[in-house]
Design a protein around this ligand. Structure first.
Ligand code: AMP
Ligand code: GLY
Length: 430
């Protein structure tokens, strides 16, 4: 039996593990750090693991055959998860540390994009407040400017500044209060247009483009309010036209893969292209070295075929697009978030209604839950445990069919302070 380990703990990993479990290749599945929902039905915990060295020891001691990086954090920690796996001779789906800089450092990514002539927003970078102040007018002589802290900032390091006051605020946070710690600032021109998330599997210079998706990042309907990790997602092969997809492949995906090869940056894993479809064509906003969350929750239910073998072959350097396919139609994911999100999050609110959702009606992936004190093995009960709590996902032949399934399913689940958007799958389509 093939032993696989998924690294991560959220809705994305729950969805990945569900797709892996549905694969015809039987597996013995482990997950770290995992979640109680994942451990209830999909995978076993990795006992005794608390950091990268203990994770690597576990992979070795348990003779794990395949490691799948759900989240990026361990790819860039210490020696790097994929680097360690390579040392052990264990296939890993996720890139080595040096290549994961595409996600970890915005300046690294911008330099890569410019070096390889891949369309992206014009930019410069600054190390001090004075440098930033004098650079901003060059990038954005008038109108909005985008400021990005170049480091890990828990999703709060980007400000689309539409007024001088917003610029002042963000600059003060970065350089005076050092809210995100020490680091440089990337200053970008502000692009406009609908966003789309393109995912590709990469292996040694080859690529396979997967089903496109779109996520909804703001907390409130009509894209109002602060950015979140994502409040919902839509996935469909019909999301963009074949012409635009082909333009994205020629101008963005292929040059990125060739650029990695040229720069000597090995890559086996999912690569996420965060794009904006601007009036001047598609441009890269960001790269992530993993699947998107919540896009993964929307895309995974569309996958059929042998997903385990697909990833195993890819992690060994052999890309086999023939092993999987994506259903036609639409998949829509609605996130249920806890009170206070995204500024804070509230844990311990009892969740009701989970058991009333039939498996042919919708899938529910757990993003941030834990078993409630009154839970029993035969009747598991969950409560909130984090900002994004649950992802409710349904499919339909048309976008409206999917919406008509997912919305009532999401309404069956409740907990105190529950937040959700009501325009996922509608906004940016009508
Ligand atoms: P990032 O963390 O770089 O993906 O940025 C987060 C969000 O900020 C993106 O999803 C966009 O909505 C917005 N954003 C980032 N860069 C730009 C840009 N150059 N122009 C307009 N919006 C942007
Ligand atoms: N959906 C945005 C992300 O995964 O970063």
């Amino acid at each position: 039996m093939l032993k696989l380990l998924v690294v991560g703990k959220g809705g994305r990993e729950h969805a990945l593990l569900s797709a892996l479990a549905a694969s015809p290749t039987p597996t013995d599945r482990f997950c770290f750090p995992g979640s109680q929902a994942i451990f209830t039905s999909l995978a076993q915990p990795a006992h005794g693991v608390h950091d990268l060295p203990s994770l690597v020891a576990f992979i070795q001691n348990e003779s794990i055959d395949l490691v799948v990086a759900g989240e990026e954090s361990y790819l860039v920690t210490g020696e790097g998860l994929a680097n360690a796996c390579q040392r052990l001779g264990v296939p890993c789906w996720g890139p080595p540390r040096e290549s994961a800089q595409l996600e970890a450092s915005k300046e690294f990514a911008k330099k890569f994009l410019v070096r390889h002539g891949i369309p992206t927003a014009r930019y410069t970078s600054a190390a001090t407040l004075d440098e930033a102040r004098s650079a901003i007018p060059d990038i954005a002589p008038q109108g909005p400017v985008v400021l990005k802290f170049d480091g890990l900032a828990a999703g709060k390091g980007v400000a689309v500044c539409t007024s001088p006051a917003m610029v002042d605020d963000f600059l003060e946070n970065v350089f005076v209060h050092q809210t995100f710690g020490p680091g440089r600032l990337v200053i970008e021109e502000c692009l406009t247009g609908p966003e789309v998330s393109i995912f590709a599997s990469l292996a040694d210079g080859k690529y396979h483009i997967l089903c496109p998706a779109r996520d909804y990042k703001r907390i409130f309907d009509a894209d109002e309010g602060p950015n979140t990790g994502g409040m919902g997602a839509v996935a469909s092969r019909e999301l963009i036209t074949p012409e635009i997809l082909s333009q994205i492949e020629q101008e963005i995906v292929a040059p990125t893969v060739a650029g990695l090869q040229h720069d000597g940056l090995p890559y086996r894993g999912f690569l996420y292209f965060g794009l904006m479809l601007t009036p001047d064509g598609p441009k890269v906003i960001e790269y992530n070295c993993r699947f998107g969350d919540p896009e993964c929750e929307a895309v995974m239910p569309l996958v059929s075929g042998d997903f385990v073998q697909y990833i195993l072959h890819g992690a060994r350097g052999e890309l086999r697009p023939d092993l999987i396919s994506f259903s036609p139609g639409w998949s829509i994911c609605i996130i249920l978030a806890s009170a206070g999100y995204p500024a804070t999050s509230r844990s311990g609110d009892a969740i009701t209604g989970l058991e009333s959702i039939a498996s042919d009606e919708a899938s529910v992936f757990h993003c941030g839950t834990r078993l409630a004190p009154d839970s029993t093995p035969t009747h598991p009960r969950y409560e909130t445990h984090g900002g994004r709590v649950l992802a409710v996902v349904a499919q339909g032949a048309t976008r409206l069919d999917a919406l008509n399934k997912v919305n009532p399913a999401a309404e069956k689940i409740s907990f105190p302070g529950r937040q959700r958007r009501h325009d996922i799958g509608q906004l940016h389509f009508e």
